[in-house]
Design a protein around this ligand. Structure first.
Ligand code: SPV
Ligand code: MG
Length: 292
């Protein structure tokens, strides 16, 4: 808890810095606090991870207001700038600009909008990823810029390579989205190597480039530094770690009918209290509660 220094300015500095920056996925206040403690300077509010944590599929099942609520908890618990997965904007230009305004009001530092139709589905699920046409999507970007201006960073995400289109189509979209006012471009790929991402970065240097190497995870980050890429998003690993950790602990407690065995495997309660600032509450109680 404490005053947060203009998160958008910090996120902008990260994305425009000459060195490679990293955004860590978080999906609730707890994961946001843990990423902060690990030393990350910015967070990715992943639609996939937030959906999963809420028990939804990553197919626009979570409402935009539910996402805004989660982002607000993440902002409070971390104090870090958050780039929010704005999906495809939850509708047309009007829904997109409303989302952007509400994210700005509730602690978001930036929004990332992808050029797909509503409802979208996760880029790694199935092969059918219809894109919206360039003009329609550019209108969504312009509407956000006209609404939130420089107060909210705007990242335009290109799904052309995910949808099976050529590098040329991705480049055409990048030019259009830059003209529409995007601050940065996220180029996504589902390939297991980074070739098409690196080819894009070689051809296109108009704005900072953000990538999500979930599927091409073997590529060392030095390749991205060499290619002049701005920012890497580690997009879902806190959520997947939680799944693996919770599954193992639940299975063991069920099998052993005891919590004794897992005690050394789980975080101590003191760790949880430290993470979420219980010391600040104790100090405030000392200051504000009447003394008897
Ligand atoms: C997310 O984290 O929700 C993303 C990235 O949009 S991906 O899952 O790779 O599409
Ligand atoms: Mg997403």
């Amino acid at each position: 808890i404490g005053a947060v220094e203009d998160p958008t300015t910090i996120l902008r500095a990260l994305i425009f810095s000459s060195d490679l920056s990293f955004l860590m996925e978080a999906h609730d206040g707890l994961s946001a606090a843990i990423a902060t403690q690990a030393g990350f300077k910015g967070l990715w509010a992943s639609g996939l991870s937030i959906s999963s944590a809420l028990g939804y599929r990553d197919a626009n099942e979570a409402s935009w207001t539910e996402v805004v609520d989660v982002v607000e908890r993440m902002a409070d618990a971390s104090g870090l700038p958050i780039l929010v997965d704005g999906e495809s904007g939850f509708g047309n230009f009007n829904n997109a600009r409303l989302l952007a305004m509400k994210l700005l009001q509730h602690g978001g530092a930036g929004v990332c909008l992808e050029d797909k139709a509503f409802p979208k589905r996760n880029s790694f699920v199935g092969d059918h990823h219809p894109l919206v046409d360039i003009d329609e999507f550019s209108g969504r970007l312009k509407a956000i810029k006209d609404t939130t201006g420089d107060d909210l960073l705007l990242v335009a995400r290109i799904e052309a390579l995910i949808a099976g289109y050529s590098l040329d189509e991705a480049l055409r979209r990048a030019d259009a989205y830059a003209d529409a006012g995007a601050d940065a471009i996220l180029i996504h790929s589902r390939k297991s190597d980074a070739d098409e991402i690196l080819a894009f970065a070689k051809e296109w240097q108009t704005l900072p480039i953000v990538i999500v190497p979930t599927k091409y995870y073997r590529t060392p980050v030095s390749a991205y530094r060499d290619a002049g890429i701005s920012t890497v998003i580690w997009a879902n690993h806190a959520m997947r770690a939680a799944v693996a950790g919770m599954r193992a602990v639940c299975a063991r407690i069920a099998a052993e009918e005891s919590i004794a065995g897992v005690e050394p495997e789980v975080a101590t309660l003191d760790e949880v209290f430290r993470l979420l600032g219980y010391d600040e509450l104790a100090a405030a109680e000392d200051r504000y509660l009447p003394k008897h």
